[in-house]
Design a protein. Structure first.
Lengths: 317, 101
């Protein structure tokens, strides 16, 4: 099934993977769509490699309405990248934009955690931008990208465009399910004895001990404060919503600090929890602690275990 | 936690978390009651604030609700790098009639 571009304007969020084999094909595929968008008064935004930004811009006659965003600053981790585009879309809509068309070449790097982060990001976009008039075109170069990355693209986009032809993607997987899979790969099971174990009864006492521990591990003051507030909020969640006793465990691993907070309750199963900031012009109850933890830590994973419900926080040193 | 008036500013120091948040909100309501003779902008000085959690940040918002609803403004000043980052992530800079410096 092919969806004509003109019909998409009625949709809210459109999330589409664009597969291409060469720079020429990327330009030939996207430039006509953007010309049409610009003619309709819509925003066009590029977040690609420098070479591809330049090539697409040139094909659009260096139209100064086209905005180029700083790619390395955006694709740091899934939660931050999603927040960036959500805030950006909000800002553009407030400024009167009818639709925001974004061509992005996603890049979370190639280390061990990168693919999970990539999958999280693409899955989360469907959820986090669903209420915004945004058309995300995610560029995937089939010549240079790993098969695993291309598979990720196939699993996460409601629409795909191959050889310039758009189609509904028949193999897209429920984003919630993908997030669960990505989290399971990081399940909070530690095979070593913790460096430090603290029963969480008094948060002030927890602060004192954790500050000492982090200083001993060589963490600077501000990152230590960032980690402490994340831990504090997760511990409060355990005390308020979980079953006692609540236990915090710490591992001083090479290059990273790992920590788990476990309560004896059944916890909850919401793979989207804490990925999107609520609020707006007020600061209502609920959800902000986990949001802070996700923004301030390098990894936040939750899950049920034999012991109860565990949240794992990791920060890189 | 300590909250006091110093000249035209309201100075919050020490540590604020969920156990002291309600107290803070109540104290702010009393202290930031608009006085026609003074300026309509209340400066919250956080220079000596060492720790604040989500509940504490919420108390800064709810404790100044009345003040902001009646035309007053709140300027948050002196927040350390860490606290400023937390407040930005919570969207304190987007709250109506609040300026995060």
């Amino acid at each position: 099934v092919t969806i004509p571009a003109s019909d998409q304007a009625n949709e809210r969020y459109v999330h589409e993977a664009v597969f291409y084999e060469s720079e020429e094909q990327l330009v030939a595929t996207t430039a006509p769509l953007f010309r049409q968008a610009l003619a309709a008064g819509e925003d066009v935004v590029l977040v690609c490699s420098e070479a591809h930004n330049r090539a697409v811009l040139e094909a659009l006659g260096d139209d100064d309405r086209v905005l180029v965003l700083p790619r390395p600053e955006i694709y740091t981790k899934a939660v931050s990248a999603v927040a960036y585009f959500r805030d950006f879309a909000q800002e553009r809509v407030s400024a009167g934009a009818t639709r925001v068309c974004v061509l992005g070449e996603v890049d979370f790097g190639s280390d061990g955690r990168a693919l999970d982060e990539w999958r999280r990001y693409e899955a989360l976009l469907n959820h986090a931008l669903s209420a915004f008039p945004v058309w995300s075109l995610c560029g995937y170069d089939t010549r240079v990208m790993d098969q695993e990355v291309l598979t990720t693209a196939d699993l996460t986009h409601p629409f795909v465009r191959r050889g310039g032809v758009q189609a509904v993607n028949p193999v897209q997987v429920d984003p919630a399910e993908l997030l669960r899979v990505a989290d399971a790969a990081l399940s909070p099971v530690q095979d070593r004895e913790p460096t430090m174990t603290i029963p969480v009864l008094d948060l002030h006492e927890l602060h004192v001990q954790v500050k000492d521990f982090l200083a001993g591990a060589g963490m600077a003051l501000e990152p230590a404060d960032d980690f402490l507030i994340a831990l504090h909020e997760v511990a409060i969640n355990g005390l308020r919503h979980g079953e006692p006793p609540v236990t915090a465990r710490f591992w001083d691993a090479p290059g990273r600090i790992e920590c788990t907070v476990t309560d004896r309750g059944v916890g909850f199963d919401d793979p989207f929890a804490g990925y999107v900031r609520g609020g707006g012009k007020e600061l209502p109850e609920g959800g902000f602690g986990l949001w802070l933890a996700r923004r301030l830590c390098d990894e936040v994973v939750m899950g049920r275990s034999d012991e109860g419900f565990t949240t794992r926080l990791v920060v890189d040193l | 936690m300590r909250l006091r008036r110093r000249d035209d500013r309201v100075v919050l120091s020490g540590e604020v978390d969920f156990s002291s948040a309600e107290l803070l909100a109540e104290a702010l309501r009393r202290m930031s009651a608009p006085e026609p003779a003074t300026t309509t902008t209340t400066v919250l000085d956080l220079t000596d604030l060492r720790f604040i959690d989500v509940s504490g940040c919420r108390a800064l918002v709810t404790g100044t609700d009345e003040l902001r609803r009646t035309g007053g403004r709140v300027t948050i000043s002196g927040a350390t790098g860490h606290i400023h980052k937390v407040m930005t992530l919570l969207g304190m800079d987007r709250i109506a009639a609040v300026e995060l410096q």
